[in-house]
Design a protein around this ligand. Structure first.
Ligand code: PLP
Length: 384
């Protein structure tokens, strides 16, 4: 039975799992740690046989992923990289992918150093330029993988335009929606075929678990990806599934606050003389400002900024007190990274510098602290 208000994202998030435990009526759906399940008889099943193939807690989470992103099938993984690896196993030797050049370094590393060995090739292009994407397609291209906004430069790709191109050329459009989450951007509604997440980030939201997600628009692709998930086995534990279910209930609320905090910090950073450039699509001068407003319900909590020297960047990282100098993003706590050394360290230096990922560039994941406290921390770190 559908519940009243079930189309509202906040309502749907809060209601994940509520009413699903029919035996006890538990509001919080339980953790099923069992690795295996008793068969009622030969050739019979309760619907669960072995936890890699299916687990009740994971089922609730996977259905929530599908519902929030508007897909036919959601699948949960032990990390974002596990989700990406499973996805890349869908392709064959000789296939070619076109991928955003403003991309998480780990995605580049697995394509370049792992899948490259098996004959899956990739070209990296500026996916904010739909004409450049069209020019990079070859007869062997099978899919376009887009991070938007990009990481760490926050470039914004036109999902609708890229979806039209992919449809015309019969390619899969895959969007890494880690930065905005379905609370702000739903790529499947804009024409994408598949969404991937590092659920370690905003979906988990508390820097206390590692997980990934794939959400397929249609059932056939979802079934194929389920086959790969079950065959290769990179599933999350039932405990982490439960923690993610709990986190998703506050996702829309958290994302709203991340957006307003990041906007405030970005507007302050722009006015600082030591800051050469701020990358945040919420600023009117950002090239993706208007497009973000068209295709997303918010700008998100991620921003990057370039300082006047690498020495100053180092000083800031050493002097921050409230904001932690740490990898990752999307948690309630603010985190600062030096992408050139951390998240993007595996991208060859000339390529990194061409993109603008230099040693003066810092990336900030704006958490849920009072924005004025974050600004005060940045101010003292910049001043030294
Ligand atoms: C945009 C993006 N996609 C994928 C990943 C990989 O996810 P995980 O670290 O959960 O394996 C990351 C990790 O930082 C990321 O930022």
């Amino acid at each position: 039975m559908s519940k009243p208000g079930s189309n509202n994202l906040a309502t749907r998030s809060v209601q994940i799992g509520v009413g699903r435990d029919e035996q006890t009526g538990g509001i919080s759906f339980p953790i099923y740690p069992s690795a295996t399940y008793r068969h009622p008889g030969v050739g019979q099943s309760t619907g669960y046989d072995y936890t890699r193939s299916g687990n009740p807690t994971r089922d609730v989470l996977e259905e929530a992923f599908a519902q929030l992103e508007g897909g036919a099938r959601g699948l949960a993984f032990s990390s974002g990289m596990a989700a990406l690896t499973t996805l890349f196993l869908h392709f064959s030797s000789g296939d070619h992918l076109v991928v955003s050049e403003d991309l998480y370094g780990g995605t580049y590393r697995v394509l370049d150093q792992v899948f490259g060995k098996f004959g899956l090739s990739a070209s990296y292009v500026d996916t904010t330029d739909s004409a450049a994407v069209a020019a990079a397609l070859t007869p062997q291209t099978r899919a376009l993988l887009v991070e938007t906004p990009g990481n760490p430069l926050l470039g914004v790709a036109d999902i609708r335009a890229l979806a039209a191109l992919c449809q015309e050329r019969k390619l899969l459009l895959i969007v890494d929606n880690t930065f905005l989450t379905p609370a702000l951007q739903r790529p499947l509604e804009l024409g994408a075929d598949l969404v991937i997440h590092s659920a370690t980030k905003y979906l988990g939201g508390h820097s206390d678990l590692c997980a990934g997600a794939l959400i397929a628009k249609d059932e056939a692709l979802g079934e194929r990806l389920y086959f790969l998930q079950n065959s290769t086995g990179a599933i999350p534990s039932p405990q982490d599934c439960w923690l993610l279910i709990r986190s998703l209930k506050t996702l829309p609320l958290r994302m709203r606050q991340h957006c307003s905090g990041a906007q405030q910090v970005a507007e302050w950073l722009v006015r600082q003389p030591q800051v050469e450039r701020v990358y945040y699509p919420g600023l009117p001068e950002h090239p993706g400002h208007a497009l973000t407003r068209e295709q997303a319900d918010g700008v998100g909590g991620m921003l990057s900024f370039r300082l006047s020297s690498p020495q100053l960047a180092e000083q800031v990282l050493e002097r921050l007190q409230l904001i932690s100098f740490a990898e990752s993003l999307g948690g309630v706590e603010s985190l600062m990274t030096l992408p050139a050394v951390q998240t993007h360290g595996d991208i060859p230096e000339p390529e990194r510098l061409r993109l603008g990922i230099c040693n003066s560039l810092l990336r900030l994941s704006v958490g849920l602290e009072e924005p004025n406290d974050l600004i005060a921390d940045l101010q003292q770190a910049l001043r030294g």
